[in-house]
Each structure stands twice: as structure tokens, then as C-alpha cells.
Design a binder for this molecule. Structure first.
Ligand code: FES
Length: 344
């Protein structure tokens, strides 16, 4: 039996390799022609030391100078010695360029366009080699805007095992992808994208989770929920989705479906516009309750615009809340790119 190992590089590129039984991660990387940092290959130097974000493994033999007990306890590992016992996600302490690898490029066909409102458009792609595309729920790809050399970053809103690949786009006046989607895009168009990228992805579930979405920041959280749906866990998950105007609310039917299919899942949404007809008016913080955060023993996943990330962080500070994990992705509507981060 082989396991899938995600190698997440410092520049946001993630490559996936297959690791056979009793095969070390370093050997599997070598076979895949990915040069992760290595020196002694014997558990003595510590050059390959990486952080295991998720999964279980046999750490192999090594000396304390290479990896201390405290480091091993904190999740650090030695790819030259470790053999996976489940799928793994490893943070590799170098860039993809240094490791002589790069994100892959795919070409897909638009199979559906959902013009939800003047502010939000969703679209779905199919790619012929779907089995070659592996991503972690929450990650994004860079999509080339047709007719240009520019790319824009969008997170998958579908889960990692779904054949179709869907995305949500916030429409901005003059935005290259916005103008394409609003005007010229049609079913049957070809789109090219590169990826996956990003450190904002679902970690192994060990505690309750709170998911916070701002606008189209809902997309990666839908992907995360889709992955959770495939897992056998009854840990509580609560999602709060905040938007500016009523017409910005999208995919509520999907959230309702997750409430029926995903154990212990609940959600709320709110609209900040004072003229809204929504049951909850205000920002996501207005719906926070102490119970939601389980005394701080909680994993928080937030995707939204930079002011929202800062506002939530400030709210946690003033509430004295120190969540076990706080993963966030800030997106900017105008520029390509998304900034992921994590605070523990
Ligand atoms: Fe020296 Fe792994 S390469 S400990």
C-alpha cells in the first residue's frame, strides 16, 4: 500500500508524491525528481528536518543532534528516515525552485458559469487528466485570463475528490478576470491554470473547528467542508459567512446540504449592510460566542479580505482568546495572489 505525501514548499508550491511501503519520503522524492534538502541521508545531520502538518509515520533511526525529542514531539521529522503510515503533509524548508520542481500546468474546459449577481460569478472546469491533479482542500491555482498573459488566483470551491473543479470570483470593475467572466466567458472556453499553491488547507482534525468566510472567501471553506464530509469524525464544525450586501450571499443551498450530510456541522451568515433583510446584520465577529471557541482548544480557518483578518485577530486579542491554531488566507480582489498564514 502506498501513501500520498504532500510536499509544501516555502514559496507556496505543493507537490504530491507516492510513497511505497517501507520507503522513506526522501527516496520517494528522489524517484519523483524532487530534490528536497538532504545531506547525510542517515539521520545524523538534520539537514532534511521538516514539519509534519498532518498524518502518522514511523520516524526511523536518528541521533539527537539531528532531531531532539522536543522537536519530534512538536511534529518535526526527518524525511531521510521517516516512512509514512498514512497520507502526510510536510512543510519542506526550501523553495520549489531550489528543489528543482515547479507547480504543474493544466488545461480545462468551462462546463458551467453561474452568474450569481453583479458582484459574484462562479464557474466550473473539467480537465481531461483530473486524476493527475491533486490538491489539499483550501488551496488555490493561478488561472490565466484568456487573451492575456496575466493570471489571477482562485481557490477551489469543490472538494479534492470531485471531478469538476469550481471557483467563485468576486467581480471588480476593470478587473481582467472580472471583465472576461462578465462579458466574454462561455461554456466550452479553454482555461489554463497552474498549481496547486498555498498553505491554507485543512489540517488533521483533532479538535472543534470554526470556519470564517468573508465574501468569496467562502470558496476554500466549501472545499474544506467537502473533504470533511468524506471523513469519519463527529468533531463540531461551525461556519460563519459574512458579506456586505444581500446579493453577495451565494451557495447557501450548499451550506444547507452540508448541514444535512456532515456530522455536527452548523452555520450562520450575516450581512453588514444596514438595509439587509438577513436575519443577522453586522460582521462575523457579532456572531461569536464563547462556546464556539471551546476555551481556545479550536482550529480556526479564516478566508477573507485583509481588513476582516485583522478585525478578527483584534477581536480575539480583546476577548483574550488564544486559539490552538489560526489559519488564514487574505485575498485581494484587484491583484493576483493570496497570502496565507498561520498562527499557533
Ligand atoms: Fe541528514 Fe536527513 S539528511 S538527517
Amino acid at each position: 500500500m502506498s501513501f500520498q505525501v504532500a510536499l509544501a514548499f516555502e514559496d507556496g508550491v505543493t507537490r504530491f508524491i507516492k510513497c511505497g511501503p517501507y520507503e522513506t519520503v526522501a527516496d520517494a522524492s528522489y524517484k519523483a525528481r524532487i530534490n528536497i534538502p538532504l545531506d547525510c541521508r542517515d539521520g545524523a545531520c538534520g539537514t532534511c528536518k521538516s514539519l509534519c502538518e498532518s498524518g502518522s509515520y514511523d520516524g526511523g533511526d536518528y541521533i539527537d543532534e539531528a532531531l531532539t525529542d522536543e522537536e519530534a514531539e512538536a511534529g518535526y521529522c526527518l524525511p531521510c528516515q521517516m516512512t509514512p503510515e498514512s497520507d502526510l503533509v510536510l512543510q519542506i524548508p526550501t523553495t520549489s525552485d531550489v528543489a528543482k520542481t515547479a507547480a504543474a500546468t493544466y488545461s480545462g474546459t468551462i462546463t458551467a458559469i453561474a452568474r450569481f449577481s453583479e458582484n459574484t460569478i462562479g464557474f466550473t472546469l473539467e480537465i481531461p487528466n483530473r486524476n493527475e491533479l491533486v490538491f489539499l482542500p483550501g488551496q488555490y491555482v493561478n488561472i490565466q485570463v484568456p487573451g492575456t498573459t496575466q493570471t489571477r488566483s482562485y481557490s477551489f470551491s469543490t472538494g479534492p475528490y470531485t471531478r469538476e473543479l469550481s471557483f467563485l470570483v468576486k467581480i471588480t470593475a476593470g478587473g481582467l478576470m472580472s471583465e472576461y467572466l462578465r462579458g466574454r466567458a462561455a461554456v466550452g472556453d479553454t482555461l489554463e491554470f497552474t498549481g496547486p499553491f498555498g498553505s491554507f488547507f485543512l489540517r488533521e482534525r483533532k479538535r472543534p473547528a470554526v470556519l470564517l468566510a468573508g465574501g468569496t472567501g467562502l470558496a476554500p471553506l466549501l472545499s474544506i467542508l467537502a473533504k470533511m464530509e468524506t471523513e469519519d469524525s463527529d468533531l463540531p464544525v461551525h461556519l460563519i459567512y459574512g458579506v456586505t450586501f444581500d446579493h453577495d450571499l451565494v451557495e447557501l443551498d450548499k451550506l444547507a446540504a452540508f448541514r444535512d450530510s456532515l456530522q455536527n456541522f452548523s452555520y450562520q451568515y450575516c450581512v453588514s449592510d444596514a438595509a439587509s433583510n438577513a436575519p443577522n446584520k453586522g460582521y462575523v465577529m457579532s456572531l461569536f460566542t464563547p462556546e464556539m471557541f471551546n476555551g481556545g482548544d479550536v482550529d480556526i480557518y479564516l478566508c477573507g479580505p485583509p481588513p476582516m483578518v485583522e478585525a478578527v485577530r483584534q477581536q480575539f486579542l480583546s476577548d483574550g482568546l488564544e486559539p490552538t491554531n489560526f489559519f488564514f488566507e487574505k485575498f485581494s480582489s484587484a491583484a493576483a495572489g493570496a497570502a496565507s498564514g498561520a498562527a499557533a
